[in-house]
Design a protein around this ligand. Structure first.
Ligand SMILES: NC(=O)c1ccc[n+]([C@@H]2O[C@H](COP(=O)([O-])OP(=O)(O)OC[C@H]3O[C@@H](n4cnc5c(N)ncnc54)[C@H](O)[C@@H]3O)[C@@H](O)[C@H]2O)c1
Ligand SMILES: O=C(O)C[C@H](O)C(=O)O
Length: 237
């Protein structure tokens, strides 16, 4: 089962839940973790638009787990302390749309071409590995909860006025020609304060090719979500 196989069930669930948010707490930060995130976030945006309360700065697809995985695998491979490692992961949250920018790893680390390919593919497939291992009994549970807790805590710190909160998330974006894209963002009291587009500058040839390769799949997942939401008018409050 892929994340996209969940579309038929989760699209309606996300639509209904976001309608309730729009009616009851329209100014809340909304963290969408339900898959396929690449489509459920555009669905949420359309629902909020139809309800007249869409604030793109407050709608987030949670991709933190991709960063957690990237940091973990790089730390293991390079014998680094996990707490010191930070790998930005951009694009989306499924297969090749998950793109770790290993060239932007902090601290600066060098990788062979083989290591880059092996790590990239492992990070892209890590969720699917768990789904397949659980064979129908769900997906990554504890690591999802950890990633969600990390993103919620970062959001709370930003809401509390901390001026130094950065996370990767899948948000409405203009860093590429796609309307939604995961990148590093600065979080503030009002939600997304800035998209860190500089991460997309100075990419390696491998990363540049991967960005181009992911765009087709991401675009069709976005369009699928928007198409679903536009065909189903929102329920009255
Ligand atoms: N973004 C990520 O990093 C990430 C990581 C792991 C899992 N996920 C996604 O998170 C979701 C949950 O995964 P899981 O493995 O915990 O699934 P699961 O099947 O174990 O749990 C889903 C839960 O949702 C409940 N539920 C079903 N319909 C509902 C509704 N209409 N309203 C409220 N609750 C409802 C079910 O009772 C169940 O408890 C899936 O969409 C999965 O793909 C995302
Ligand atoms: O891979 C999945 O389908 C579940 C989740 O999105 C994950 O990344 O673990």
């Amino acid at each position: 089962m892929t994340r996209d196989d969940l579309f038929n069930i989760n699209a309606s669930i996300v639509k209904t839940l976001v309608e309730a948010v729009a009616d009851n707490c329209p100014e809340a930060f909304i963290h969408v973790i339900s898959n396929p995130v690449n489509s459920t976030v555009p669905i949420a945006a359309e629902v909020l638009k139809q309800k007249g309360v869409y604030d793109p700065k407050k709608l987030f697809g949670v991709t933190t787990l991709d960063v957690v995985r990237a940091n973990t695998f790089v730390a293991q491979k390079k014998n680094l302390r996990l707490i010191d490692v930070d790998v930005p992961v951009i694009g989306g949250h499924a297969g090749i749309t998950i793109l770790p920018l290993l060239s932007k790893t902090k601290p600066s680390v060098s990788f062979t071409d083989e290591e880059i390919h092996e790590l990239t593919v492992r990070i892209q497939n890590a969720g699917t590995e768990v789904v397949e291992a659980k064979a129908g009994a769900g997906s990554a549970t504890l690591s999802m909860a950890y990633a969600a807790a990390r993103f919620v805590e970062s959001s709370l710190r930003a809401l509390d006025g901390d001026g130094d909160v950065y996370e990767c998330a899948y948000v409405q974006s203009d860093v590429t020609d796609l309307p939604f894209f995961a990148s590093r963002i600065k979080l503030g009291k009002k939600g997304v304060e800035a998209l860190i587009s500089s991460d997309l500058q100075g990419l390696t040839e491998y990363e540049l090719k991967a960005v181009e390769a992911l765009k087709g799949e991401l675009k069709s997942s976005i369009e699928k979500g928007i198409g679903f939401a536009q065909k189903q008018p929102v329920a009255a409050a």
